[in-house]
Write a protein that binds this ligand. Sequence first.
Ligand code: AHR
Length: 526
Amino acid sequence: MKFKAVLFSSLMALGFLCCEHLFSQNARIKIDTDRIIGEVNPNIYGNFVEHLGRCVYGGIYDPGSPLSDDKGFRKDVMEAARELNVSIVRYPGGNFVSNYHWLDGVGPQEERVTRMELAWNVLETNQFGTNEFVEWSRRMGAEPFFTVNMGTGTIEEARRWVEYTNVSEGPYYAELRRKHGYPEPHNIKYWALGNEMDGSWQMGALNAEDYAKKARETAKLMRWTDPGIKIVAAGSSSYGGDSDPDHWNSTVLRELRNYADYIALHTYVGNRSNDYLTFVATPHVMEHRTKIVRGMVDREMNHARRGSRDPIYIAWTEWNVWYRTMGGEGGSGPRALEEHYNFEDALVVAGFLNGFVRNADIIKMANMAQLVNVIAPIFTSEDDLFRQTIYFPLELFANNALGTSLDVFVDCEEFTLSGTIASEAGRNSFPYLDVSATYNDGEVVIAVINRHQENHINTDIISQTGNFTGSFTVHEITGPDIKAVNDFGNEVVRTIEKPLIRARGDKITYSFPPLSVTMLKGRISK
Ligand code: AHR
């Protein structure tokens, strides 16, 4: 009897210890610098400027403002955008481009005509156009990326735009650019074939077959005008709509497999039902769509004649949180789409960035929509600006998460979801810690979102290919609560610098606070 009691209490003790051990076991992140996904293309930190609301006029361009430079470009906006390390900027739309004729926006400004702009229901003065955008981009240090009008525009109009911007001298449109004061070609490298051409809201929307044929012929003529350009075909923007995105994407890839360098996808997410966990899981939908399109690309590459050219990559040319000003009063007019972002939106934006890094072998471009005022990280008034909550993850990633993307092992508690987002993400469970890592010449950058609303998550970060050495910097995006918003003179959601971690050996233990984005940066010695 005594023996039994001792055995029982020993087992209890053992059981208790096991449970306690299980309960308090640290989460694990394993970093292996040999497990490479691909090179992070800096173009995943791109942005988008559309003639929409106050993005161009009153955003990047405000002639006459004391805050603007000699060309009318807002200097404070440029500075804030430079800090975002914006690599590439898509222009001029968006829906706008489907009724845009580039010739309206070149030449002496006083001779430019005003047009009805039907996408956003305003008048377009055309005071800002091709040459202004190129000059602004160059001053910013970003690559300009043009989208041609495949709605009301023609193949010839698209080809002539390439001639205007990229042909040095000789033919009419190259000479026209020279006459307009630009003796050297602009050498625009990236060209997209239309915007969201599968959407019923698009002027001149097409079905998959008609778009694919028109896009293929446009690509041919544009490339014959300048063989050095990169072509971005319009993938589907209609997930959840009435058209079939898989049919659209596979048709476009088949028809353009010998011509396109990228297929463009778009996604916007929101939290209409105020369901935090579902909302923070939405970037996984983007990753799932990436996976599906990746399979289609593989299939088409099998039949393509591309010589030594790269395979077709994925470009998420529009992505962001957008739901408060979609449709209704805030959805059009001179102050359209002025979304005011909160802290949970910043966590979602960080989730997208982790997702782009995790798919760095196939996602080679992404353009947050948009840069200023319109669903944007930068928000201006006539005499000031502030950085929205979503500015901070972009800034952290674009300045740090570069180099080689690593395939990271993560073991931590998960949350489960059912419903649309789970099925669109192709999974039911999601780790509370959302992680990506990059490696560059001995330096490792680990980005961790703790999506748990209450719990710190104690985590062992383990290096599998050498020891962590020296000091790790720690940056954290934090805010008072998930609904906190920034405003003029009051940026309560922001990045803070935390004490350095002294690293020695193959393990760092760190406690990630609830509702935070943390970026750790330091060295691994092999
Ligand atoms: O970015 C706002 C709009 O969203 C773009 O004009 C359009 O392409 C998309 O539907």
